[in-house]
Every structure is written in structure tokens, then in C-alpha cells.
Design a protein around this ligand. Structure first.
Ligand code: SF4
Length: 221
């Protein structure tokens, strides 16, 4: 009988996740394909956060707010270890309190993002996950990487974005069909932060104008 080996992320394809002195956990190497990272945003979840937009999405929501992130070939490759290094720097420089995982579809890269999420939590940060799938559907898959990612998430916003049903009451949530799941004791669903007005951020990075914090279709061009 062959003994099954799994990494700390829950993956059956690696045995990563070894302990190392002074650090609680060293992630194994699973490549990620990302579209964008912002080291310090106040518009993608509670408090100042590190935001990660994954590249590639199998869904096609009506009025998708990030069409440039749909193609799985775009973006750039990186690893969970590299992302965690950047998160650590942001924690030191920007005093971030959490990490937001957005898409694209983060659960399409669940193994690698589970490593990022666990690493972030090990550094005292909370994790907020956005997914176009519904949580029960993800749980029913029985995919170890997806399960590990959900287990390492404090907040989950689930369900496909529907531009025809804009949510004007809840902060950080695009449409009324989407649900906020509070999966840990770090936050309460009744926390006023979830009903404060939405904000947007506009920044110039090299020759690109980046706008984040509010889905297109809620009064934006
Ligand atoms: S899940 Fe997000 S990226 Fe994917 S189609 Fe829906 S809105 Fe677009």
C-alpha cells in the first residue's frame, strides 16, 4: 500500500510545507498566475490590505468587472513564496492587516493560494477570499486545494457577479446575490465596516491607470 503524501496546502501532488527555524512554515513551490498585486489598498476589505488579483477565470458573469483577467494565458507567473515575501514587506512598510484574494477566479489556483493564505495567517494577517462559485458548491467538490483555501479564509464573498443587481448597501460586495461568509472569529457579520460606503482608489503605475475598489457598472464608466 502506498502512503499518501500531501503538502501543507492539502495538495496530493507535493510534500511541501516544511518547518524551518524562526518561521512557522515554509511553503512549497506551486506556480501562480496573477494579473495584479497591490501592496496597500483600503478598498478591498477591512483595513489596509495586500490585494492579489489572479489571472484566468472559467466563469463568464454578466457584466464581469475584470474582463482583462479572464484569459488564463495573460498576467505573470510567480510562486507562493515570492508572494509571501512581498506580503511580509507590505506588512513592515504599510502595516497591512490582511490579504484579499480576488479574480479572475482564485479557486482555480487554490493550491498555491492556500499556501499564500496560510502563510499570511501565520504572520497574523486575515484573509478575505472572493469567488464566483458558491461556498457549498466548492465544499462539495472535495478538492483538497479548494478545501485548504477555504479553511485558510476568514471572510469569503461568494457567487457570480451580476451587474443587473448592484449591491448599494454592503461594502466590498458587487451584487445582491453574492453572500458574505464570516468563517472565523476575527470579524462579526454585524461589524459596521461591512455597511460603510464603498470607496475607489485610482493610482498611476508606470504608464497604467489602475482603478480598484468598486465594480464597473455601479455608476462607473
Ligand atoms: S468570477 Fe469574477 S472574473 Fe470571473 S467572470 Fe465573474 S466577475 Fe468576472
Amino acid at each position: 500500500m502506498v502512503e499518501e503524501t500531501r503538502g501543507a496546502c492539502g495538495s496530493r501532488s507535493c510534500a511541501g510545507g516544511v518547518d524551518r527555524p524562526g518561521r512557522s512554515w515554509q511553503p512549497c513551490l506551486v506556480n501562480l498566475r496573477l494579473g495584479l498585486e497591490i501592496a496597500d489598498t483600503d478598498a478591498e476589505g477591512p483595513g489596509r490590505r495586500y490585494a492579489i488579483w489572479t489571472q484566468g477565470c472559467p466563469l463568464r458573469c454578466h457584466g464581469c468587472c475584470n474582463p482583462e483577467l479572464l484569459r488564463s494565458e495573460g498576467g505573470y507567473e510567480t510562486t507562493p513564496a515570492e508572494v509571501l515575501e512581498r506580503i511580509e514587506t507590505a506588512q513592515r512598510v504599510h502595516a497591512i492587516v490582511g490579504v484579499s484574494l480576488l479574480g479572475g477566479e482564485p479557486t482555480a489556483q487554490a493550491e498555491g493560494l492556500a499556501q499564500v493564505a496560510r502563510g499570511a495567517q501565520a504572520r497574523g494577517l486575515d484573509v478575505m477570499l472572493y469567488t464566483g462559485f458558491e461556498v457549498p458548491e466548492l465544499q462539495a467538490r472535495g478538492d483538497p486545494g479548494v478545501t485548504a483555501l477555504l479553511d485558510a479564509s476568514d471572510l469569503v464573498v461568494d457567487g457570480p457577479y451580476d451587474r443587473t443587481r448592484p449591491d448599494t448597501k454592503r461594502r466590498w460586495i458587487g451584487s445582491t446575490n453574492q453572500r458574505l461568509h464570516v468563517l472565523s472569529g476575527r470579524y462579526q457579520a454585524s461589524d459596521p465596516c461591512f455597511t460603510e460606503p464603498d470607496t475607489i482608489e485610482i493610482r498611476l503605475r508606470k504608464d497604467e491607470l489602475l482603478v480598484n475598489g468598486r465594480p464597473w457598472g455601479r455608476g462607473m464608466p
